[in-house]
Design a protein around this ligand. Structure first.
Ligand SMILES: NC(=O)c1ccc[n+]([C@@H]2O[C@H](COP(=O)([O-])OP(=O)(O)OC[C@H]3O[C@@H](n4cnc5c(N)ncnc54)[C@H](OP(=O)(O)O)[C@@H]3O)[C@@H](O)[C@H]2O)c1
Length: 337
């Protein structure tokens, strides 16, 4: 099934650029191969997706780049029709230009529509590592180090290689420590958002500062890596209220999660390798928005259900993963806030 890309609602960023209200994720979650993910991207472009959320650490940018190049060659889309997002990984914060150029080369995209600082600290973990993996060189967030990385992104905007800067996995205390220092404001913040993890305060902070929230794991990521699964996690798509609304409308609960996301105002970036799923995910945005009553029901489903706890990013001396998220309103162990 093909959905006319012109029908997908658009969101205007603080840079004036318009982007689709939904994109496709490309993280294979250590379960799907680069070939499976890039085949899904090829299908998704033809089905009407125009925005893709990539990252160098997903280790599939060269295969996805082949798919983009083929779509341009076949005249399916032009480069200007796509909104391609990618991210600098934690071990490249001191060489952002090199990392960006590699992603641009791999993705065969000439420039990045959005370039994210994937995590706000340089704590590297190897792809596919398990939950107990720790890097002894990991450090807490530092304003100076973050701003050094951010300044490199600003320079790359001036060079024309980045159209919009994105930040990701931030907290309000971290944002407040750096907000006045931006010369070019971030256009978007990528954050975990699904019905049982709504991050309302951070969401409101971003909206108040005209930074667009982009919601990752919008369906509660049922295929997330083993390291991100604990017994107490809640499956958003199985929550009775979501199931009930889906039943009434005769759709899969995934569609309800996405309709909620779009109407709330975040941009969801669902992932799937299955054509029927990614097509219905895109179609969810063009018709039958949720009613006020349905939105009200879902607004009560917050359960503090954070799925990416981030244990592998902890630094020596940190207590546990809660330290990554500044839950007491202060940046934990920050040397210079
Ligand atoms: N910035 C960051 O740090 C960060 C972190 C995590 C993720 N992300 C981004 O966010 C994207 C999305 O996150 P995610 O892939 O973890 O989670 P997700 O989109 O919430 O869940 C994806 C899974 O949901 C299922 N699904 C998708 N559409 C469906 C449908 N219509 N009906 C039924 N099931 C459906 C699929 O599972 P089955 O295969 O079982 O059907 C799929 O593997 C990633 O790909 C990545 O681009 C960013």
């Amino acid at each position: 099934m093909k959905i006319d890309a012109a029908l997908i609602p658009k969101v205007t960023l603080n840079t004036g650029e318009q982007i689709p209200c939904i994109g496709m994720g490309t993280f294979g979650s250590d379960r799907f191969t680069p070939d499976q993910v890039s085949a899904a991207v090829a299908g998704a472009i033809r089905c009407g997706y125009r925005m893709f959320d990539c990252a160098s650490c997903y280790q599939n940018e060269d295969q996805i780049g082949e798919v983009f190049a083929q779509a341009f060659k076949e005249g399916v889309v032009e480069r200007k029709d796509l909104f391609i997002m990618t991210k600098v990984w934690n071990d490249q914060h001191r060489e952002v230009a090199k990392a960006l150029k590699k992603s641009i080369k791999d993705l065969q995209c000439d420039y990045a529509d959005m370039y994210f600082i994937h995590w706000p600290f340089p704590n590297y973990h190897a792809p596919g590592c398990d939950v107990d993996s720790r890097n002894p060189d990991s450090k807490p967030f530092s304003v100076a180090e973050f701003m050094d990385t951010y300044r490199q992104c600003e320079a790359l905007v001036r060079e024309g290689l980045i159209r919009n800067i994105g930040i990701s996995n931030m907290t309000i205390p971290k944002l407040e420590a750096v907000y006045d220092k931006f010369e070019i404001k971030p256009a978007a913040c990528e954050m975990e958002l699904h019905p049982c993890f709504q991050q309302q305060e951070l969401f409101d902070w971003l909206v108040a500062h005209d930074i667009q929230p982009i919601g990752f794991m919008p369906l509660g990521s049922p295929q997330r890596p083993e390291r991100d699964i604990v017994a107490t996690d809640i499956a958003d798509m199985k929550v009775p209220e979501i199931v009930e609304i889906a039943k009434k409308r005769g759709v899969h609960p995934a569609i309800i999660c996405l309709k909620w996301a779009v109407r709330r105002g975040q941009i969801p970036i669902p992932f799937s390798v299955h054509e029927a799923e990614y097509t219905s995910n895109l179609a969810a945005t063009v018709s039958d928005p949720l009613t006020d009553e349905e939105m009200q029901i879902i607004s009560t489903l917050e359960k503090d259900n954070r799925l990416v706890k981030g244990q592998v990013f902890l630094w020596p001396g940190a207590n546990d993963w809660h330290d990554l998220w500044d839950e007491d309103g202060k940046i934990v162990d920050c040397p210079d806030a």
